[in-house]
Design a protein around this ligand. Structure first.
Ligand code: ATP
Ligand code: MG
Length: 844
């Protein structure tokens, strides 16, 4: 077979496109208002079209031609070409069929399409075995096609006879067989069927399909036979069935409502929904797939690979959820792999923080590994790279390397590229030089190991990347053992390969790296995992970069890396945001290949919704004024029972003592009544939450500055009057709060980094307001003792139980906001953070 350069292929393709090799003499096809006139077989081509087409970028026209050629209707074609991956597979399947220009019957077309849907654009070696078996009628059902596909896809050495075995070719199951097996099953499970009556029939259908002898039976046979047998056993439906059905309808009403809005899962749709199945990632050496699958057992294997050089931020929670979540969703495993190849930047505290945050988000690593675990293996592969002539030691300066890579004086790429003068030394020389690097005979900057890639490639990732550099740094785990360290480009793909990763999921800025990733695995002849890239998550109105946050911390703008106004995950956790709220939020955003830029207020709103269903309510006043009831005795006391969450019995309730002295918030009193003001004022009584009667002002004490110090009020317990509104109050036996910290956005603008005068000039002066006199009802102690309450949200996949920590003591302060306990609290001093406001601030 001759191999054609791409341009030649495209040229032949163009000719073919206009003069297709169609056996019928004329085929006129009107599609999408396009008319293709195709005269008969003017040119006979000796080469199989599959070779020509599979590598070129396919246009819709090419698909339409091919699909109409086999007899697909216009409507169906239109539908199929909406999905490019399926179209590509169908196109390849048609061309790999024994006679690519045949017209097929509907059944065959539908099975070929089913095969294309299984493949979803993947290149599957030996797929033609399945295609042929469809075309010659051996495979008759979708199930058979699916099983045949599964077999060839997981067996690089697939053969015809095993494929037939796996897909039940030639197995005949007659209607009598079906009747016999269903009859046996019903006899054996008579009691259960009688108990469930007709309500159990749908499940029964599922059960009998699992009977091994019926695996290859025609599916349409089952239902009528079951109906017939059940009728014989139970007799006709009677009121027992009708009653149950109605009752069920009533009970199910809310759930059914939910069903009409299908639960969206980021794992089953979008970017993650379209990923290949394990075993489907293409290999240069298919035999390596066998070993890979032996290790993974066909499970999904992912990894979350943080560099332990900083704290994780909110964007990383997406990466954590994508990697851990995807593996979990598919019953697979996810490694936590510390990518510790930059010993200078790594610190113990980051390792610990990262582990802790992943645990808090509810994920458990299958294994915790370190890139440094593989330094020996990586070194060996570096020597192999040299030995096969694909690696060389370079002594150029950084400037010289940049020039070789075509960097122009203005710092942009695009100049002429040329080879490093050391590129063509022999493997022996390179090996000796590399060992010198390893043995400390070169200082940092004097030598690097570079990959011998392809300088003619348009991708900068192919211009002889650095694989190893000299670095005289002590490593956190390997100590002084190494004086050279592998780069990200050398390490990442190889460690993914060592760890048998099926899906190496990273963010889009690594898109170009995919080429060098695959190149390196292939030249070193190791299993090639599939790197796939999704869009980053950014929160606007803040900064996420380590360097920028470090400045805020070091210059005292914030309390530390976990200051609740920041968006490191330590900060978000300290602020009181529950992990389940973060995961649900990310799930609703979904995963695509585009960057998601989200305003912080949108995260807040997701958090608010989450807290609304998971927190108890307490009464707290930020700025208390004493209220004394003038018309009750000194020992007056009414126990007021207040549910922790009205309408939700599982939260329980508490008793609050309503006595002669209570406290209300300063903002709930005014000297004058006005049109829009419904709270307490002379002449305007107000209701107190859950207290039977209103109170009204009798007299007000003020200090020299005119500030109210005490309100003398009347408890209007003689007659019930409906107040204009209710306010919260705190009893006399309250708890003093040392500090309530009301956190607002740290920056004034949505894009602080765009400010010419710098982001530090954009700091919101009111980003943290502190109340030092706040008080709260004593039931706070009970809530604290019961925390973490871990109240699940019904129907949510993201109920992440927390183990403990001050931030798990969360509550809604009625009319004030959602709060949690801050880590600065001690046994005697309570400090609270505001998690979010009660309602979205309309100004934002
Ligand atoms: P940053 O550059 O923001 O400091 P990083 O890429 O240096 O982050 P790593 O420790 O290398 O941090 O990241 C670990 C993983 O998290 C990588 O796979 C990276 O792609 C992913 N990741 C980093 N930032 C984001 C983000 N904003 N959104 C989604 N994933 C991210
Ligand atoms: Mg990084």
């Amino acid at each position: 077979m001759t191999l054609f350069p791409t341009s030649a292929i495209m040229c032949i393709w163009t000719i073919l496109h206009h003069l297709p090799i169609i056996s019928s003499s004329f085929l006129r096809c009107k599609l999408f208002n396009r008319s293709i006139h195709t005269p008969g077989s003017l040119i006979k081509f000796s080469m199989s079209p599959r070779i020509l087409f599979s590598r070129s970028v396919m246009s819709d026209d090419a698909f339409i031609d091919a699909f109409s050629r086999i007899g697909l209707t216009d409507k169906k074609t239109k539908e199929i070409i909406k999905n490019k991956k399926v179209s590509k597979s169908l196109f390849d399947i048609i061309n790999e069929a024994p006679k690519p220009d045949s017209i097929y019957d509907d059944k065959t077309i539908s099975l070929l399409h089913a095969l294309a849907v299984e493949c979803k654009g993947a290149d599957v070696p030996n797929r033609h075995l399945v295609t042929n078996a469809i075309v010659d009628g051996r495979l008759k059902s979708n199930l058979q096609v699916s099983e045949a596909y599964k077999y060839v896809n997981s067996h690089p050495d697939a053969n015809n006879s095993d494929m037939e075995k796996h897909s039940g070719v030639g197995v005949e199951v007659t209607e009598d067989d079906v009747r016999k097996h269903i009859g046996n099953y019903i006899n054996e499970n008579k009691q259960q069927i009688e108990a469930k009556r007709y309500a159990g029939v749908p499940a029964l259908l599922g059960e009998v399909k699992k009977i091994p002898e019926l695996k290859w039976a025609a599916p349409q046979l089952f239902k009528p036979i079951i109906d017939e047998k059940v009728l014989a056993l139970l007799g006709p439906k009677d009121e027992r069935d009708v009653v149950k059905k109605e009752k069920k309808k009533k009970e199910k009403a809310p759930a059914q409502k939910e069903k009409t809005e299908p639960v969206r899962s980021m794992f089953s749709e979008g970017f993650l929904g379209d990923l290949h199945k394990p075993g489907e990632n293409p290999q240069m050496y298919p035999e390596l797939m066998k070993e890979h699958l032996k290790f993974t057992g066909g499970k999904v294997f992912t990894r979350f690979p943080p560099e332990p050089n900083g704290y994780l931020h909110i964007g990383h929670s997406k990466a954590i959820m994508v990697n851990f979540g995807y593996a979990k969703y598919h019953g697979g495993n996810c490694y936590l792999r510390f990518d510790d190849t930059n010993p200078e930047a790594e610190e113990e505290v980051y390792f610990n923080s990262i582990r802790d945050i992943i645990d808090w988000l509810g994920f458990e690593p299958w294994k915790v590994t370190y890139s440094s675990d593989y330094f020996d293996e990586l070194y060996e592969l570096a020597e192999k790279l040299i030995n096969i002539g694909k690696g060389y030691v370079c002594h150029c300066t950084a400037e010289e390397v940049k020039a070789q890579r075509g960097m122009k004086p203005d710092g942009t790429l695009g100049g002429e590229r040329f080879a490093c003068p050391h590129r063509d030394r022999t493997p022996e020389v390179n090996l000796a030089e590399f060992r010198k690097m390893k043995n400390g005979e070169y200082k940092s900057g004097e030598a690097t190991l570079r990959m011998k890639q392809d300088l003619t490639s348009p991708s900068p990732q192919m211009w002889d990347l650095v694989a190893y550099r000299v670095l005289n740094a002590k490593h956190h785990r390997t100590g002084d053992k190494w004086l050279i360290y592998p780069t990200y480009d050398f390490t990442h793909c190889l460690v993914d390969s060592f760890e048998n990763i099926s899906h190496s999921l990273c963010t889009v800025e690594f898109r170009l790296s995919r080429e060098s990733y695959e190149w390196l695995c292939d030249v070193l002849h190791v299993y090639r995992p599939a790197q796939r890239e999704y869009g980053r998550l950014n929160i606007t109105g803040t900064v996420l970069s380590k360097r920028k946050i470090a400045k805020l911390v070091n210059e005292g703008y914030v309390r530390g890396w976990d200051d609740p106004r920041l968006f490191t995950l330590e900060a978000v956790r300290r602020r009181g945001v529950p992990p389940g709220a973060i995961l649900s939020f990310i799930n609703t955003l979904g995963v695509t290949t585009s960057t998601t830029n989200i305003q912080a207020v949108r995260l807040d709103s997701a958090v608010r919704n989450y807290l609304d269903s998971t927190t108890p309510r307490l009464m707290m006043v930020l700025d208390p004024i004493k209220v004394e009831l003038v018309n009750v005795n000194d020992d007056f006391k009414e126990e007021v029972e207040i549910p922790y969450k009205p309408g939700d019995a599982k939260f329980g309730s508490r008793k609050v003592s309503f006595t002669k002295t209570i406290y209300i918030d300063r903002s709930d009193y005014r000297d004058n009544v006005s049109a829009e003001y419904f709270r307490l004022a002379p002449g305007q009584s107000v209701g107190l939450m859950k207290v039977p009667f209103n109170i009204s002002v009798v007299k007000v004490d003020k200090d020299d500055n005119g500030n109210v110090t005490k309100i003398h009020a009347k408890y209007e317990n003689e007659e019930h009057k409906k107040p204009k509104t209710y306010i919260q109050w705190v009893p006399e036996d309250n708890l003093k709060i040392s500090e309530v910290r009301i956190q607002n956005q740290l920056f004034l603008s949505e894009n602080p980094l765009a400010l010419p005068e710098g982001y530090l000039k954009d700091i919101n002066p009111d980003s943290e307001l502190v109340y030092k006199n706040a008080i709260i009802e004593p039931s706070f102690a009970e809530i604290k003792a019961k925390s973490p309450m871990n109240i699940p949200i019904e129907g949510s996949e993201f109920n992440i139980p927390e183990k403990g920590g001050p931030y798990t003591v969360r509550f809604q302060a009625l009319r004030v906001g959602y709060f949690c306990m801050d880590k600065d609290s001690t046994d005697s001093d309570l400090v609270l953070n505001r998690i979010v406001t009660l309602k979205e601030d309309s100004k934002k």
